[in-house]
Design a binder for this molecule. Structure first.
Ligand code: IMP
Length: 445
């Protein structure tokens, strides 16, 4: 029995999320033994259409829709057990077999006080924006989080003493001791910041509630690092499903307007326990244009009728929060950077069909910033918010391409657009999605 290296595949977003990773994972999942989530939590929204039925997944890996494939929630994920059970119940009601779902004993638990902290911090930060100050600049504005408690849960993970792991839910005494200490700390902070209207968190009630949730979760809880190692040693194939996206990575994205995990492919190792040399294929998923939800710089953002038209055609409203997404032209500078950070070995372009009807297509190939012209991504959010894109313009196409199944059948302008992307980024486009259904996919040989 040998341990095959380079056998795992990863699907990771290369923009600010919502690139259509769920569809691709679902398309590929049947060929793998396990689909693994390694980061994020219920902030992610993967929408997958199977046989005309739309499924919105938040915590459960999209591989759940492929019978017999293990769906693993790795240690790098932060889990809100109540939301997880709601999602499992919805899937079961729709006839999806959820018995293959496995949860890491080391994943962290999103607790009610995390959601309260998330909401309170956002409220305090938006209050700190002075009149006339741009919402997209600086370091003190609200981040525009999903308010799912993600940031506070990761903050407690790093704090260590104030964290609750899934494994703790199975040890009521340990859980009670932790929660007594945590609740007294959190209650102190809340009553200082919000003297009126703060309902104290009750350690006893939370211990009862979360021990019960732990019991319910126990059949799914495993040491997933060993589970994945055993699987690999037996020759099994693993697919990693990135949540959120590379430009939201806490280290490499548009910090501080990012999520709180390593949402690029760099998060796979720490978030799953699988070593980096095992990942041979990294598919970077990129929308044919850009979208972003929440605050933070987005140099190619459109504030005109073109942006509105793309938003409507692309149904660009959040799967998790329902918020309208910010829309812009494709930013090749950011894309090339994200492909570098995530080590993309190939690209999958999604929603190309949404661009049909635009007479011209613009691509940002550089930025004009206060520090001069550059073709490199600008890591500092403040400087990036002052950068304006340098555009290249290409002819658009008007034909409906949702029925196209080969690259050669695409209109010449759409082919040229795809070829320009791969030329600029230096990574081949292997897959093109032209609609939400599994079949609406072009695989280039
Ligand atoms: P948080 O992850 O809820 O803390 O939110 C931080 C930022 O990341 C916000 O701007 C969110 O809108 C954004 N975000 C987090 N997850 C996703 C996602 O899956 N798609 C798009 N945006 C996301």
């Amino acid at each position: 029995m040998t341990l095959e290296s380079n056998s795992a595949t990863a699907v990771v977003g290369l923009q600010w999320g919502d690139e259509g990773k769920g569809k691709l994972v679902d398309l590929l999942a049947g060929r793998f033994d396990a689909v693994v989530r390694y980061n994020g939590g219920a902030n992610a929204g993967h929408s997958v259409v199977v046989a005309g039925e739309r499924y919105a997944l938040h915590l459960v890996p999209s591989g759940i829709l492929s019978p017999g494939v293990k769906a693993v929630i790795g240690n790098g994920v932060v889990i809100d057990p109540q939301r997880l059970f709601e999602e499992i119940a919805t899937l079961s009601e729709r006839g999806v077999d959820t018995s293959q779902l496995v949860v890491s004993d080391r994943a962290h638990v999103v607790m009610p006080y995390h959601k309260a902290e998330d909401a309170l911090r956002e409220e305090l930060l938006s209050g700190s924006v002075r009149e006339g100050q741009s919402q997209s600049k600086g370091v003190i504005n609200a981040i525009g989080t999903t308010k799912r408690g993600i940031g506070p849960a990761y903050a407690d993970k790093v704090q260590r003493a104030t964290a609750v792991r899934v494994g703790d839910l199975l040890q009521p005494e340990v859980l009670r001791e932790k929660l007594e200490m945590i609740c007294s700390l959190k209650n102190g902070i809340f009553s200082a910041l919000r003297p009126e209207g703060h309902e104290p968190f009750d350690a006893y009630a939370l211990t009862q509630q979360y021990s019960e949730l732990g019991q319910k979760l126990s059949p799914m809880i495993q040491d997933t690092a060993y589970l994945l190692d055993d699987l690999r040693r037996a020759g099994g194939e693993i697919l990693f499903e990135g949540a959120n996206a590379t430009m939201l990575d806490v280290d490499h994205g548009t910090y501080p307007y990012v999520t709180s995990s390593n949402a690029s492919a760099l998060g796979i190792g720490p978030g799953s326990g699988v070593p980096p040399q095992s990942i041979g294929r990294i598919i970077g998923v990129v929308k044919a244009y850009c979208t972003r939800v929440g605050g933070g710089p987005m140099p190619t953002e459109l504030f005109d009728a073109t942006g509105d038209a793309i938003r409507e055609r692309g149904r660009e409203y959040g799967t998790t929060t329902g918020r309208p997404r910010r829309v812009g032209w494709l930013d090749l500078v950011a894309l090339k950077y994200a492909a570098m950070i995530s080590g993309a070995t190939e690209l999958c372009i999604t929603l190309l069909d949404v661009l049909a009807g635009e007479s011209e297509l613009k691509l940002a190939t550089g930025y004009e910033s206060p520090n001069g012209k550059t073709s490199r991504f600008i890591a500092d959010a403040c400087t990036l918010s002052e950068a304006t894109p340098i555009y290249e313009t290409m002819p658009g196409f008007s034909q409906d391409i949702t029925g196209v199944r080969t690259f050669d059948e695409l209109p010449a302008q759409a082919q040229a657009y795809v070829e320009r992307i791969e030329e600029f980024v230096g990574v081949r486009v292997g897959i093109i999605s032209v609609g939400p259904d599994r079949e609406q996919t072009i695989i280039r040989s």
